[in-house]
Design a protein around this ligand. Structure first.
Ligand SMILES: [Zn+2]
Length: 88
């Protein structure tokens, strides 16, 4: 009886490895080098509901493309293709 309890306790404490799905940068996958600021449909996927630029962990973009996305979004905002903010 005592042994069973110990077994159960061990099972509880055993760490369960979380399977993290690795996100692939869509721009790397499609071999897109330059992100066009006029491509609003693509850029809209990288802003959240408040039109903020989405975090890299949310989009799965690589560092290089994340920077280019950010630049493209800022350019698009300046050209009034995207909005800066919707909360105000
Ligand atoms: Zn990339």
């Amino acid at each position: 009886m005592g042994k069973d309890k110990r077994d159960r306790d061990r099972k509880k404490t055993t760490k369960v490895k979380k399977q993290v799905k690795k996100k692939i940068c869509t721009f790397c996958a499609n071999k897109v080098d330059d992100i066009d600021y006029k491509d609003v449909v693509t850029l809209k996927r990288y802003v959240n509901e408040k039109h903020k630029i989405a975090a890299r962990r949310a989009t799965g973009a690589c560092a290089r493309h994340e920077r280019r996305i950010a630049t493209a979004i800022k350019r698009a905002r300046c050209m009034a293709l995207l909005s800066y903010c919707t909360s105000r």
